[in-house]
Design a protein around this ligand. Sequence first.
Ligand code: GDP
Ligand code: MG
Length: 440
Amino acid sequence: GLTERLQNAMKTLRGKGKVSESDLRETMREIRLALLEADVNFDVVKTFVKTVRDRAMGSKVLDGLNPAQQIVKIVNEELTKTMGSDASELNKSPKIPTIIMMVGLQGAGKTTTAGKLANKLKTEQHARPLFIAADVYRPAAIDQLEQVAKQIDVPVFQLGTDVDPVEIVRQGLAKAEADKNDYVIIDTAGRLQIDEQLMDELANIKKLANPTEILLVVDAMTGQNAVNTATGFNDKLDITGVVLTKLDGDTRGGAALSIRAVTGKPIKFVGEGEKMSDLDTFHPDRMASRILGMGDMLTLIEKAQQVSDEKQAADLEQKMRENSFDFNDFLDQMDQMNKMGGMESIMKMIPGLANNPALANAQIDPKDLAHMRATVYSMTPQEREHPEVLNPSRRRRIAAGAGRPVQEVNRMIKQFDQMKKMMKQMSNGNMGALDQMVPG
Ligand code: GDP
Ligand code: MG
């Protein structure tokens, strides 16, 4: 499977202290083959491999990570990004009922997923959904929906198999209105392949019902075909999301990887079994780890990152002790703050201050951070290392270079001086110095 192939691809790098260009090329070739073999769309693979390669070449070496781990980290992050980064919620209509239309090929899992979804809405939101049975081509289809509905105690609106599906939906919606159902789930027909007639019928149902969600149900086991199916349905119906079913089997991850990238539509849920409870929200990061099959490795990488941050903290402490904190460090600190989101992070790096309540509300506007950064960038290397040379004319030049008022530059330099002074005092063991340090 994809997981093993990717793991093999990384093996080339294992135990190497340094990655040569040819090692990287070889690894990328393997990753490319692994993805293509897992039926990931060709264009998606091309973009993916290029992004990973560029990042791997340009990345600075993280302390505590060997080259193989770094590549795994990059691959993991890019896999996550390719699948849409964040989990995607089910949309809700401001006015009841929220109408959800299930579409997809025959056997993809529409009826089963309709049941799972209703079950989820019932248990999580105490919702009162209604099913509309709009698959009139196979007599067994309505029976199947009835059986599913019975398991979870949800009513079904049906008019047998002799009525036009659009008419069934029209009457079903009237029924939902009368009964004040908050959700309506329309179970539609599928075919073995996309065909015009079915697409027209679904387009007509869409036009009538104006659903909040059109969920395309695709069988993950069909690989590249799932992607073609998704493209076909999306072109005609402008779907709102995808449900990937049958991920419980020995399923290749290819479909999950391609669908988002090719259609631009999020995967909202995954089906992982035949039971009514086997429906989960889709989490791109979890799927990425699963595809990589490298849970342990990823934990290790997270730890190494912490170590790297700790090392930075130790460096800072040393600088404080030597009183050699300069504007380059200031810039590093701002980057760190940006990364961790807040003034408190800088303090957390200082032993003994991590949980000080005085810091709880310390916040810096990201815009201010950007301005500070621009100001430091306008300094010469000498000015950054020796802030004492910053006389008025230099300050005016820096202000002009950064496009900020000179008063702001003065204020920042003052803050910097305070920070430096405070750090010196604290490194001498005087924690009371913190009181003088009120940001903003
Ligand atoms: P429809 O034709 O699109 O309505 O598909 P069905 O809902 O009838 O499902 C077709 C078959 O796939 C049934 O046997 C389901 O039990 C099965 N199925 C649906 N979803 C899943 C899933 O997530 N995992 C597994 N293992 N089977 C599923
Ligand atoms: Mg069905």
